[in-house]
Write a protein that binds this ligand. Structure first.
Ligand code: OVV
Length: 399
């Protein structure tokens, strides 16, 4: 194991302990204040929780590489628990090729075409919920809307789509240690892994969807044919549980800050800003690791080659060194520079998909609702990587 230099702030806190995962924001201040780089003795990893250092590490993808895994496991020493993602867990030049291929499919043009259909679905769903007045914004809305739009866009088979969230939960847990949170997400869910493998096969994808487009593009580029199912798998892993919780956090923010919802109602064009600020305020993807490809100095600390470095994206997004009143949800603030989608070459490929989903939901509530009130304590679903909501009771009054 790598040993830390002696003057490095050493913390005994465990960022994957259930107590931490249940309220990560309560611990971020201690991480940020301890130093620009800290050593987490329990795992033998470095960590950064301040905005500037997190952003700088994400920008320097050569030094802070992804091909050795973006979880705790170092792929140069340990067998990855699934075949590495050809996007997330790669470096250039391979990453440049796969990213370009996928970027042509997840294009602004494609999203422009989808927008009217997605808007109609958002309008119908929100209308039915506003009529109910009381509903669970996690189970009746956040888990429902992405499933109404995203699997059809990929062209996924109909049978077994509910396995998508189970699979993503396992994978996001898998970026952390093999703790109880990880093990429990696997129990009885092993078939989700087999289902995803089936769903990614060419013969199981519908014509006209993004999944089949990946197969065609891989053929056209002359890439190895086993790249196609693995790239389709990235859509399935990264595209559902993330947006589900992004919409959950948007609703939590709007319910908790009625004066901000009032601004949104007054001007529904603020919907994009409201969603962006909710990503900064309650970032769904809390952390990712990188691995150092050489010795690197960060603010006077030398991090040796081959070190795992845990980057606290959600903490960076509430760093008071960067943001005024960081713990407040303020839809008019310029939140655009947040790192909730990452930063640099690996910045979320699907960010425009997520933004479209979030914007449409925010705009429909702005148009259709007079008020959104929290009607019970939100219930959290613990995950080693994601900040997730399993229940969010709300009361909504229509116009
Ligand atoms: C951003 C992200 C999260 C999880 C999985 C993947 C990507 C993937 O590419 O498989």
């Amino acid at each position: 194991m790598t040993s830390a230099t002696s003057d490095l702030p050493t913390l005994s806190l465990d960022p994957f302990a259930e107590e931490f995962l249940a309220d990560p924001f309560a611990h971020h201040g201690a991480l940020r204040d301890a130093g620009s780089v800290v050593w987490l003795g329990k795992y033998g990893v470095y960590a950064m929780a301040r905005f500037d250092e997190v952003q700088a590490a994400l920008r320097d993808h050569e030094t802070f590489c992804s091909s050795r895994g973006v979880g705790l496991a170092d792929f140069s020493k340990e067998e990855p628990f699934r075949a590495p993602s050809l996007l997330l867990e790669t470096d250039p030049p391979l990453h440049s090729q796969t990213r370009k291929l996928m970027g042509r499919i997840v294009s602004l043009k494609a999203l422009k075409e989808l927008r009217p259909q997605w808007q109609e679905k958002a309008q119908e769903l929100v209308s039915s919920l506003v009529q109910k007045r009381r509903f669970d914004a996690a189970t009746d809305l956040a888990e429902v809307f992405p499933m109404m739009v995203f699997p059809d866009t990929i062209g996924l088979m109909d049978e077994g789509r509910e396995k998508l969230i189970e699979y993503a939960t396992i994978v996001f847990n898998g970026f952390g240690p093999r703790n109880r949170v990880f093990e429990q997400s696997l129990i009885g869910k092993e078939d989700a892994i087999a289902w995803v493998e089936e769903a990614c096969k060419r013969e199981n994808l519908k014509p006209g969807g993004w999944g089949m487009a990946v197969y065609d593009a891989v053929d056209e580029a002359g890439m190895p044919s086993d790249y196609a199912p693995r790239l389709v798998r990235s859509f399935l892993t990264a595209g559902v549980d993330t947006t589900v919780n992004g919409i959950g956090h948007l609703m939590l923010a709007l319910g908790k800050y009625p004066q901000e919802f009032a601004k949104l109602r007054a001007d529904p064009k603020l919907a994009t800003r409201a969603f962006e600020e909710s990503l900064r305020w309650d970032s769904t993807v809390q952390t990712f690791f990188r691995t150092t490809s050489c010795d690197v100095e960060v603010d006077g600390t030398t991090i040796p080659e081959g070190s795992k470095v845990l980057l606290f994206l959600a903490s960076a997004n509430r760093d008071p060194r960067k943001w005024d009143d960081p713990d407040e949800f303020q839809i008019e603030r310029p939140a655009g520079g947040h790192v909730g989608f990452g930063f640099g070459i690996h910045q979320c490929l699907g960010q425009m998909v997520a933004r479209l989903e979030g914007e449409l939901i925010a705009a429909e509530f702005a148009r259709q609702a007079r008020s959104i009130e929290l009607a019970g304590e939100p219930v959290r679903r613990l995950n080693n990587t994601l900040w997730a909501i399993s229940s969010l009771p709300v009361k909504v009054v229509g116009k």
